[in-house]
Write a protein that binds this ligand. Sequence first.
Ligand code: ADP
Length: 485
Amino acid sequence: MPRPRLPHWSVRVRILAVILAVTAVAMTVAGGTAYLVQRDRVLHAIDDHLHAAVESARVVVTGSGGAESDRAAAAPETAGFTDARTALEAVLARVLPGPRQSAIGILDGAPTYVSALDTDFHLEDDPAFLDRVVAETADGSVRLGTAQSSVGNLRYIAIPIIVQGSDSRGLFVTAYDVDAELAVITTAFTTYAWVALTSLVGIGLVGWYVAGRLLRPIRHLTAAASHITATDLSERIPVAGNDDVSALTATVNDMLGRLDTSITTQQQLLTDVRHELKTPLTIVRGHLELVDATDADDVRATRALVIDELDRMSGLVDEIGLLADSQTSGALQRREVDVADLSEQVFSKASAISNHDWRLAETATVVASVDAGRITQAWLQLADNAAKYSPAGSLIQMGSRLRTANRVEFWVLDEGPGIPEGMEERIFERFGRVDARRGIQGSGLGLAIVAAIAQAHGGTVTLQTSPGGSRFAIDVPTAQDGTPR
Ligand code: ADP
């Protein structure tokens, strides 16, 4: 199933969107909760005041307070009054409405008395509401309710005033304009909303700037990285500061360095190979051009020479392959190897090379995690060189030893002519030879292969040389992670 395409938002936009979304939700939840709590408190206070009005009316009419439980349920019964009218008048005169509150006295269904005080709104302005409360209290009980009236959103209480022995029915209604009561907190929270919105804009601007600043090194990194091409890997990205981004930059630089080395090595190898193959090809071509096809001896001699050159070329190609393999440390097949056993085996193979006095001088008693095949190949190459370049019958010593707690050395010591001064590094390079010494055949790849094998193991090749002999040693860690064993 194809994955849905996500919108292409930059990291900067995404960081900002998340910050703003989280802040907006937090502000809304905090503000909303506070508003609801405040609103609830106001509504409760209104109800408390309305209940208190029942109590006050009762005191006015009966001259005493009622039990807590029946405060809202039962209408005040008159004691000292002879009719509902006077009782209602007394209640209206004594139970006065507060701010944002209004009251009215209804006698026998008609609005008869309005409060003496000048109230913010007048219940008599909405006859429909009055009819409704009259109807609601027809059974003589106190009624607490909410109404959307033309004078406002009301929370009211209607208290019937009944006088025994009188036919008249009084009704005292007092109501709060809920919207006006809530206006104070509504104003406060509108202000809060504006402040929150302004803060959000502020946070957005600061966030945009800070995210941009933090991400600037990544933009530089991207620009620099896109600038660097495979053909020019020499450029490095400037590392600024000491944070995650600078660590990333340093890592990218390291990677570029490795890529650079590997590409340069490859290009160098190609140049070297082209150069090395050119000579035998020129020789072969020259001889083939000059051969006299009618002269059987000439043909035979040329054939031998061409085959010899072709053999040399194929040997060269094999060695180039070996070198390429040795340069990849991932191709190593490490396993635990008993160095003493390995030393015995390699020595017995080397000592088969004739014309020399071979001696195994020492063996290290240690187990090392190495590719035994590759170590054998490199060590034998050193032994072969020693045999090749030192006088016939001379002594060649070999040995392995623990150089430090976690490094082992495989060495070969000969009594040859040594390496001339200034050539000590050159001989380890590809095709690096000491002026085709005494006509001895060789490709100049042997020591390069040895060095590559040592490097793949995380080690080096060391050389001590004098006109009286050379000591080559492959020095590698005993464990891949370098811990002593
Ligand atoms: P090759 O032996 O094919 O020429 P190597 O890479 O094995 O290539 O050696 C490079 C050069 O180092 C040799 O040409 C030789 O001049 C020199 N060399 C190597 N080993 C010894 C040695 N044991 N004694 C003296 N010279 C050596």
